[in-house]
Design a protein around this ligand. Structure first.
Ligand code: SF4
Length: 306
């Protein structure tokens, strides 16, 4: 079953535009996080143990070394450098320029994906990224929003509200930058279906890409303690698949899906266990889309009912 026949995935989007496979290579550029060091908050988001997101240690090799060593594993001939770990805009503009340009200087690199928080993208940073976009590079600003509900953002100690996300999106769009919004399904205090409301609010303000992620409860996070005490539950695979597929059906075709589920490994992953293996959820989402309609199909049926 081919999921990517039913969604507008990033691989397909890049292949259409570049004429060949383009692969994203994850790097850890050694950034820290303002929600951990007291600048914007302390303790970090309650789901976060950043070591679980990236295989590289904080004493990682240089950006060039990381990118060069990841390349031979890939079948692609062109690459995007994905600044993934921690908050990849959390530095002065000149320091950011040096980091991003180290990546762009690596052979066959066609652009950047920069993961960050909505409240950590000052105009100077957006202007820097806009310069790369205007020079012909592929540039994605990846904003971690997770949910559009301020009560949940507060509960998980994100340290920003939905308005901060809207402000960042508006300033990015005013410069023509593409935004990929990260959302988590199954956050504490939310029913899985609440993610559909989040999606609606995100689409209302516009985005070019989406990344969906089931809530992972990982070792070393605040949520790990809450889960062990029975204060929070992990989302089931059935609930995740149903809601993720529904979100995809309610997303216009032109929005590019960068990811529709995510895995983590034990012993870092505590729950849900099904998140150890990507394929059952991936295939089940594909099955739902085949049966009920692919990306954007719920929007079409809504329109024809009016
Ligand atoms: S998820 Fe991102 S913003 Fe939140 S604590 Fe972790 S690194 Fe910081």
């Amino acid at each position: 079953m081919q999921l990517y026949d039913h969604i507008n995935g990033l691989g397909r989007d890049l292949k259409q535009r570049f004429g060949e496979k383009v692969h994203k290579l994850s790097i850890n550029a050694g950034f820290t996080c303002p929600n951990r060091d007291g600048t914007l908050g302390r303790g970090g988001c309650t789901f976060c143990n950043n070591a679980s997101f990236n295989a590289h240690s904080r004493q990682a090799p240089s950006i060039r070394e990381q990118l060069e060593s990841a390349k031979p594993d890939m079948r692609a001939k062109r690459y995007l450098a994905y600044f993934q770990a921690y908050t990849n805009t959390y530095a002065e503009t000149e320091a950011l320029r040096q980091q991003y340009e180290q990546a762009l200087a690596v052979a066959d690199m066609v652009g950047l994906c920069v993961g960050t928080r909505p409240d950590c993208v000052p105009d100077a940073t957006l202007d820097l990224l806009t310069g790369y976009k205007d020079a012909g590079y592929e540039v994605w600003l990846e904003l971690g929003l997770q949910t559009a509900f301020d009560t949940t953002l507060d509960r998980i100690n994100r340290g920003h509200d939905f308005a901060a996300y809207v402000d960042a999106v508006n300033r990015a769009h005013a410069r023509g930058l593409k935004v990929c919004t990260h959302l988590i399904v199954g956050l504490p205090g939310e029913a899985p279906e609440d993610s559909l409301v989040t999606l609606e609010r995100v689409l209302e303000h516009g985005c070019e890409g989406l990344k969906l992620h089931p809530l992972h409860i990982v070792k070393g996070s605040i949520m790990a303690r809450q889960w062990k005490k029975g204060e929070i539950d992990a989302i089931s695979q059935d609930d995740y698949v149903r809601v993720a597929a529904d979100m995809i059906r309610h997303t216009p075709w032109e929005v590019v899906y960068h990811r529709v589920t995510a895995t983590a490994r034990k012993p870092t992953l505590l729950a849900p266990e099904w998140c150890e293996n990507r394929w059952p959820a991936f295939n089940a989402i594909a099955g739902e889309l085949v049966e009920k309609g692919g990306q954007g199909s719920a929007l079409k049926s809504a329109a024809s009912n009016c």
